[in-house]
Design a protein around this ligand. Structure first.
Ligand code: MG
Ligand code: MG
Length: 260
């Protein structure tokens, strides 16, 4: 069978074989997520979590997606995972900082199997966290599932965006605008962008064989973010807490299939 089944509106449609490779990449990402989630404890460093994720990914014969990833040629991402603390939203660089009781931490993972990517993230509280922090985590997680429900054949892309925004804002959290979900496959970031906000019923028609990374990012306070001097770490502009959940999904005739 031909490897490439073609495209619709510039969005690649994966063949059954390609989807199987994405399932395997997703399985590896899920395994790395589970290992790191289990290992997140007060006193552990984010660099240790990074080493663990890399070991799980490589022991499965896969390659970390993010290590060496270069959106700008001069600044490759130096690690396997992004590890972000509290007011850090995404793209935190693992290092010697210790995880502490009361932190909420966001971890983003990517793995490549035979050229195909999986991409997934979660936020988790460490020990006892505030009621507000727990609610932020729960709502962000649920907003992802509200979006995934709309990833169905015959729907429109922004049905996903709208479902995320509506759920998040009904729960009084703000939705980050500067960072969005994306198509995924042979590249980590493919067309289309998948915003977490907007009116429903717009954008590309969703078709079987499309794969998307849906990734709501919600803030307790204002929606604005800024990038720290390291050129990577994104924080909330007001320093308040934020959370991030992501799954790679495939759109199938039977409905959305979560790969990660
Ligand atoms: Mg990700
Ligand atoms: Mg992503």
């Amino acid at each position: 069978m031909n490897d490439v089944m073609g495209s619709a509106n510039g969005i690649t449609i994966k063949s059954p074989r390609e989807l199987d490779l994405m399932r395997e990449a997703g399985r590896v990402v899920a395994e790395a997520k589970a290992a790191v989630k289990e290992a997140i404890k007060p006193g552990a460093t984010s660099a240790e979590m990074d080493a663990l994720a890399e070991e799980v990914i490589r022991s499965n014969g896969a390659i970390p997606s993010f290590k060496g990833y270069k959106p700008t040629p001069s600044m490759p991402f130096p690690a396997t995972i992004c590890f972000s603390f509290n007011e850090e939203l995404v793209h935190g660089i693992p290092g010697n900082r210790k995880i502490e009781e009361g932190d909420i931490v966001s971890v983003d993972f990517g793995a490549i199997v035979e050229g195909f990517h999986g991409d997934s993230a979660f936020t988790v509280g460490v020990g006892e966290i505030s009621e507000e922090a727990q609610r932020l985590i729960d709502v962000t997680s649920q907003s992802l599932y509200e979006g995934i429900k709309k990833a169905v054949v015959g729907g429109r892309l922004t049905d996903i965006s709208h479902a995320v925004q509506e759920y998040a804002e009904d729960c009084s959290f703000s939705v980050v605008r500067e960072y969005v979900g994306h198509g995924i496959g042979r590249s980590l970031h493919e067309e289309p962008q998948v915003p977490n906000y907007g009116s429903p019923g717009r954008g590309p028609l969703l078709k079987s064989g499309m794969a998307l990374a849906i990734e709501p990012m919600l803030n307790v306070g204002r929606k604005e973010t800024k990038v720290l001097k390291d050129g990577w770490t994104v924080v909330t502009s007001d320093g308040k807490l934020c959370a991030h959940f992501e799954h790679t999904i495939a759109i199938t005739e039977e409905g959305p299939e979560i790969l990660t």
